[in-house]
Design a protein around this ligand. Sequence first.
Ligand code: 26W
Length: 818
Amino acid sequence: LATGPVTSPPRTVDGFVREFLDQLNFGQGVKLSQSTINDQYLALARTVRSYLMASWLETGHRRRKNPTRIVGYLSAEYLLGRQLGNNLLASDLQGIAEQAMEQCGIDMAALRGQEVEPGLGNGGLGRLAACFVDSLATMDQPCIGYGIRYEYGIFRQTFVEGRQVEEPDSWLRLGSPWEFPHPERAVQVGFGGHTETSVDEDGTEHTRWVPAWQVRGVPYHYMVPGFRNGVVNTLRLWSAEANQAFDLQTFNAGDYAQASRAEIFAENISKVLYPDDSTPQGKELRLQQQYFFVACSLRDFIENTLPRDVDLRELPQRIIFQLNDTHPVIAVPELMRILVDEKGFDWDEAWDITQQCFAYTCHTLLPEALEVWPVDLLGRLLPRHLEIIYRINEEFLLEVRDAFPGDEGRVRRMSIIAEQPQRAVRMAYLATVAGAKVNGVAELHSQLLRDDVLPDFHAMWPEKFTNVTNGITPRRFLYLANRRLSDLINETIGTGWVTDLEQLRQLEPYADDADFRQRFRDVKHANKERLSKLLRVRDGIELSQDHLLDVMVKRLHEYKRQTLKLLHVVSVYEGVLSGRTPIDQVTPRTVLFGAKAAPGYHMAKEIIFLINSVAETVNTDPVMDGRLQVLFPANYNVTLAEKVIPAADLSEQISLAGKEASGTGNMKFALNGALTIGTLDGANVEILDLVGEDNFFLFGMTEPEVEELRQRGYVPSSFYEADPVLKATIDLIGSGHFTGGDRGAVSAVLDNLLNHDPFMALAGFGSYLEAQDRVERAYADPEAWSRSTILNVARCGFFSSDRSMRDYLDRIWLPGDA
Ligand code: 26W
């Protein structure tokens, strides 16, 4: 009995109730009558866990019996969102759980609301990682997601007098029922120190790293359940701990503060997520985080996951480490160090293995976002790794000279080591040299990667480069987030779409069915009502349900152009104020922003203040007669996204062409029946291709047009002078109208726009307003609008992250494995 398969609790309401009460009584140590909502939430979560456990153990067992190449997804971020709803959906226990809670007299919605989402990511890149592990589990593909268990995730945003204030996100405070600590699987990670070289009897050199200090990495496991397929994969996040709780000698000498300092130092490593999502600060602690989690992960895989009898020459048949941007790239010299220094491989053989074990995904085009580590910092923290990087570079540059004789300019350009402005390691170059494949995240992005970011590398190894367009999981972002639409779809075409999203194509004919269109609108309306209730409680905000809901939610960044959206808002308001637009010609519209700014990003914070200032004025000015509302609920996160996206009519995807690598919010909106107003940037290009130009509001310059304008010399003020509406709009802001007469309060943003405007908002203004006019004309015809939204849903099946995973498998992880 003890060695047989683990059995789940009975899948009945009674069985669920019994397990729940056991968890409450024996897990939490309370009786139902005495339990708090938090007790109940924790017990419910542990109950769901119990049901998934047999599948988790069985999946591990099955995988060990039949070893294949597994995916080691290396990501510094996982923006998971709440787990309860997702795990109930995956295990198909929603109905049973609801009845069980009702039987216990418990309000299940209140329990759902109790969960604090693990915000272990900044935005797109972290959420993508979460979608990918969901898809791999649903496709029964072996994958371990490796990352960091930050004690504090992305900060909680509040507004004080319109300005962003950051608060720590203590997501673990009320308990974390979804994680399984495994201290017995802890590994050691070294830092600092020096290297020693010795020569053995037959004259070969051996180098050994002698670290100065060590920390313990403790893994925490999280279940990643596939959708109703009995598969549960593992997410393994590392937490840093001090080796000895206290330095005993110092402790005995009575210096308690000094004794605990070592502990604090070690635990700092996984203390907090860096909240920058574009400009690396070159901070030592960040490099410590990066090395910490990849060192733990490689050690864990090689020593504790891979069967003992496997020859490391076969490592590439057992693992492919996918590098989620450059954050984990220090894994490359780490694997070389393990193979050469610890396992005794010669350099060439180790390099051959290493090159087959890594692939690299780039997620950006902004030059300032490409990570470089100063060699003095890297050499201090990881002296052996720096030596290895130098050697990799030496041999690589020989290859370059071989391929392009006499081209020293090219050699300098391609060197992994930059000499200016200071000697530094270019992590993207290291990843490109080491990786078997390099991919961008949308067609346009991959092309720009080849042509502009890494052209020399493309010239040398064209076959290394590929594209995998991003995707989103339809489980969380359609089934879970939009139950009403899912029900309507299920009733119309069945449930196959949940794991085969292209089946949504079958909805196309229903775009011409008036009854279906009405039901589609009813869904949207009900979703607005749901959002409206939430915002009332969450933020004390009133959302008008008969407005066009126009949404821009994403990180605050100049290239994304929240200011362009704001200029549109102000121009509508200014039109009414100045008498240019009769009030009855204004389409009732609510503009909803959600955005966090990196704490050190001054301009982004000024833009937040400006949005809040405009909101306060516009929302309360009687001249608008309530027809224009600007809402900015604080602390946009995955939980809020799940309520906002299904309610939206219009999706704002207005970055300057050539700047947004892909975007994934754009896909979520389209899949939930919002129409996109957007530029030809990132995955917008592919969305437009699929839904057709009649069902997409396209505006603005193409990427080559942007380049051309920059070449000609872009003068933002000339656009201001030439366009009276733009001029009046900017002048209204500049007059202090939105800031109680204080002109200085908005000058940083305006000066920047008028004198620099690096992302050409002023150049885009005219065509953007013209596109917004098209939006309003289209919205005035509800039948035509509904038709377009249905076609958007029907044609966006391509953007399932299941398809992205297929593409990674076919092009990168298991090519030739047809
Ligand atoms: C601090 C250094 C740094 C640099 C870049 C931190 C984080 C980054 C990320 C690459 C930024 C990021 O999240 N990129 C986004 O990745 C998404 C998933 O591929 C894309 O959809 C977005 O377009 C891209 O901005």
